[in-house]
Design a protein around this ligand. Structure first.
Ligand SMILES: NC(=O)c1ccc[n+]([C@@H]2O[C@H](COP(=O)([O-])OP(=O)(O)OC[C@H]3O[C@@H](n4cnc5c(N)ncnc54)[C@H](O)[C@@H]3O)[C@@H](O)[C@H]2O)c1
Ligand SMILES: O=c1ccn([C@@H]2O[C@H](COP(=O)(O)OP(=O)(O)O[C@H]3O[C@H](CO)[C@@H](O)[C@H](O)[C@H]3O)[C@@H](O)[C@H]2O)c(=O)[nH]1
Length: 461
């Protein structure tokens, strides 16, 4: 398993639990050292225990060099990052290319005329599997290998369950290539082992290109669904509807489904933003632009900026912010103190990649607000991404974040926040103004506790 990140670690540990002997190759020395010492460099519920169990069982190890781990292995999974290229929507395939070159340097032919199976788990643009096969054949004409596409659909925060009990495992193969049948049999054995609860009917075999496109199609469709419900939430606010009621009414139709109908501050994370951009870029390149996907991307970006404006407008009802040209003429009592609950792009993860907080918070700071940030898992990543800035405090605890708060902004739906009762919230903060971008608390209870409570998709009643 090449890459010891969110996908590589979870896939490696789960395939080991399915009975495979797995070595995770990680090139970052600091990350590798942590993994080898039994430490887990990312937050993912249940992962530390699973990695430990598989290590003790002798099925999982960590290594820095492919050449050391490869001899005797039947398959290589590529789970390296494919971020967006700087300044463009294209997927950056530099890590994938690097892996192909490493493979060409150190792969050996398997005994018995069998092909080495090269499985792409990373999310890569359509055509990449075929390019990888072409490149490897060019560099190593003697090597017998088959390339498969096996995109991963796990969600952060639910990753182990998603991997072990997936709705489907998509596997793309080039049926024309020698070894395609053997690859199909190998992957079926791997996923549907005695210790796995998966059965072969969960495996969706298809062509290489279809598998690569399926991954982007699924993410773009889900991003579109979230964006749709966010726009419906805005319309509810403007017209007297309640978004939870509308979402329930829609979701009861099995053709629509109830999942992914929670309004929020805009989708974020390591996948939806970059994958929608990559899909839109591919579609344009191929001469079949996807207007829906492009509009989804633009709508989601605009949402984060509009939310920042909304928060600032609320803050300005307390006191003018220093960026307000009239501020100098009005009595001042210091800058508005805002507690921000949640920084990660969603609950259950420490991942800050493309989190809405990264767009919203700098806009609040620019306007002169004082921010007290708290997230149960993402503080370290948030510090790295946001840096030290005037007006920004990384609070040591939820209580510290709330201690001076005149206004609370909820950005992430952590259970810790949901578990706060409105009475406790009222005790912990001096202010009585809340804007909740995850709709955590019952409006009646918030009102009863004395709050002016703004949430998404429901007018202030
Ligand atoms: N994060 C998710 O929830 C998720 C879910 C499904 C699919 N994906 C896709 O899976 C891929 C990996 O995502 P991730 O979130 O795990 O990325 P990540 O950045 O967390 O991890 C990638 C790891 O690969 C390592 N690496 C890079 N090149 C290497 C090399 N040549 N040899 C050894 N190690 C190398 C990096 O040091 C890093 O630790 C991406 O294509 C992503 O789009 C991610
Ligand atoms: O009803 C919803 C559902 C999600 N979101 C937001 O949408 C984003 C993505 O959420 P989620 O899909 O749960 O997170 P990821 O871990 O990024 O998982 C997505 O991206 C992965 C990487 O490609 C895929 O493997 C998964 O199938 C896909 O769900 C987050 O910002 C969520 O807050 C909402 O606002 N409302």
């Amino acid at each position: 398993m090449i890459g010891g990140g969110y996908v590589g670690l979870v896939s490696g540990a789960c395939l080991a639990a399915f009975g495979a002997e797995v070595t995770v190759i990680e090139q970052d020395p600091a990350r590798l050292a942590r993994l080898q010492s039994g430490d887990v460099p990312i937050y993912e519920p249940g992962l530390a225990a699973l990695l430990e169990r598989q290590r003790i069982a002798g099925r999982l190890s960590f290594c820095g060099h492919l050449a050391e781990a490869l001899p005797g292995r039947e398959a290589v999974f590529i789970a390296v990052g494919t971020p967006a290229r700087r300044g463009s929507g294209h997927a950056d395939l530099r890590y994938v290319s690097q892996v192909v070159e490493e493979l060409a340097r150190c792969a050996e032919n398997l005994p018995g005329g069998r092909e080495l199976l090269v499985v792409m788990k990373s999310t890569v643009p359509v055509g990449t599997g075929r390019d990888v096969a072409r490149k490897l054949a060019e560099l190593r004409p003697d090597l017998r290998f088959t390339v498969a596409s096996n995109p991963e659909f796990l969600r952060e925060g639910e990753a182990i369950n998603d991997f072990m009990q997936p709705d489907r495992v998509v596997i793309g193969l080039d049926g024309q290539r020698p070894g395609a049948d053997r690859a199909r049999a190998f992957l079926t054995r791997l996923y549907c082992s005695e210790t796995s609860s998966l059965t072969p009917d969960r495996l969706a075999f298809m062509g290489l290109e279809s598998a690569e496109l399926t991954k982007y199609a699924a993410n773009a469709f889900l991003a579109l669904k979230v964006t749709f419900i966010n726009e419906m939430a805005d319309l509810c606010e403007a017209s007297g509807g309640v978004i939870e009621e509308v979402a329930r009414g829609m979701g009861l139709d099995p053709r629509i489904g109830a999942a992914f109908l929670q309004p929020g501050p805009g989708y974020g994370g390591s996948c939806f933003p970059k994958d929608t951009r990559a899909l839109a870029t591919t579609a344009r390149q191929k001469g079949t632009p996807m207007q829906l996907v492009e509009t989804t991307i633009a709508t989601n970006e605009a949402r984060k900026r509009r939310l920042a404006e909304r928060i600032l407008a609320l803050a300005a009802t307390l006191r003018p912010l220093s960026s307000d040209p009239d501020a100098a003429e009005r009595p001042q009592n210091g800058e508005v103190q805002i507690a921000v609950l949640g920084l990660a792009f969603k609950a259950g993860t420490d991942d800050m990649r493309d989190a809405p907080a990264l767009t919203i918070l700098p806009l609040l700071l620019e306007a002169g607000a004082r921010l007290h940030l708290y997230d149960p898992q993402a503080m370290a990543q948030a510090r790295t991404q946001l840096g030290q800035r005037e007006g920004l405090t990384f609070a040591a605890s939820l209580e510290d974040a709330l201690a001076q708060a005149e206004l609370v902004v909820v950005l992430t739906e952590w259970p810790l926040f949901r578990a706060l009762t409105p009475q406790t919230l009222a005790r912990l903060m001096p202010g009585r103004l809340v804007i909740d971008c995850r709709n955590l608390w019952p409006p009646e209870e918030m009102r009863a506790a004395g709050f002016t409570y703004h949430r998404l998709g429901r007018g202030l009643d």
